[in-house]
Design a protein around this ligand. Sequence first.
Ligand SMILES: CC(C)=CCC/C(C)=C/CC/C(C)=C/COP(=O)(O)OP(=O)(O)O
Ligand SMILES: [Zn+2]
Length: 433
Amino acid sequence: MTSSIEEIDIDTDEGYDPNDIQEYLTATIIAQNGMTDSIKERLKSKKAISHIETDKIIKFLYKGIETIPASHQSLDSSKVWISFWIFHGLDMLDALDNYPDISKRASDYFKILQNDKLGGGFGGGNSHTSHVVSTFAATSALFTIGTEEAYNVFNREEMYKFLMRMKTSDGAFTSEDGGEYDSRTTYCAIAVASMLNILSDELIDGVVDFLVSCQTYEGGFGAFPGNEAHGGYTFCAVSALSILNSLNKVDMDSLHRWITFRQPEDGGFQGRTNKLVDTCYSYWQGAVFIIVQNYYDQLNNNNNNNNNNNNNNNQKLLFDQTKLLDYTIRCCQQHDKIFSGFSDHPTRNKDFYHTCYSLSGISLAQHNDIPNIITTMNSNTQEQTVPPITINSDTFSIDPKSKIVEPIHPIYNIKISKCEKALKHFYSLNKIN
Ligand SMILES: CC(C)=CCC/C(C)=C/CC/C(C)=C/COP(=O)(O)OP(=O)(O)O
Ligand SMILES: [Zn+2]
């Protein structure tokens, strides 16, 4: 096999065999071959454990509540995100609620981050101006804390004014006053408004058209019309369209095809064509698979004139759940004597972001029937119905003693029980518009 791009002499065709596709080596293909090799190596090494090191992960996350490593200094504007990654990671392992004083400490801190006398919304760090993406992280963190004290932090009237101020004339939302806008900022605004029961006709005017225009010829969605399809932005566009009940406007077959090709034989998900698998996409792309599945399920139910949301019990998901668990748990769990957590790739260090989204992806892959949650917990009613969610039995073939991570809502990435409780709370309050 040719080992570098330079060795291919295209002009003379020397050494070029059109039947051997391995000859077409590019920088990204070489990187992918390296990734496949590092996965194979990892699977042979003692580091490849097949159970989730629950206690050590909890220790890693607890430590993060008290001390942020000096190396995270540059992430000052992401304090709100670091809080969410840690809280949600712990919550999925059922280790958040008993942490001493967590509700009061988090609520007091998030009150400081909320700019309710300065135009609404939340900043990402102390004294930061409001940002739509930080506001989504703050909302998710407080939903994850899940107490009345946490819910009472929100100033919904000011939040509504903030989101209305962020609206653009083409149906998107800017990140902040004078900031950029894309499918990500638009999802964050729509998700927050639907979570807090402040979604009005005026707020959503034009949003569906903007999001639909971000779908590319590949089938996935980009940040902006004409941008390359990417898993993060596809999650954002498809989730927001699902909240707005408008997935019928999407070229769903093309999206389905695109997302199916995002799980190469490495087992994990890649964010875009020809790029490396990475554990954060276990959630971003995993959730897209589930939203697509829920869309087809609903379509089939409607075609069958059947009003039950779904009749298939123990319905498997549209991706290879075992392979995703294998990549995430065995290849990317980085453990030492005391701590454990997840990295993006087999040869890298653990961090809070990948620990949160790896556990979120594991949660999706360990459960079947999760698509039904989207239909029954649709954030526009106080009547939340939690459907039966079955455990994917393949998870036990990887390790019979597997820890089952708590099931999450695929669109909001909040533990189901916390999501149900918060939505009931906010949908019992007056709608603001
Ligand atoms: C709700 C919310 C804030 C969602 C954000 C979702 C989002 C845009 C995630 C993608 C972030 C990410 C890892 C980009 C990597 O691009 P890269 O070019 O470094 O990596 P690649 O090679 O995997 O594409
Ligand atoms: Zn990543």
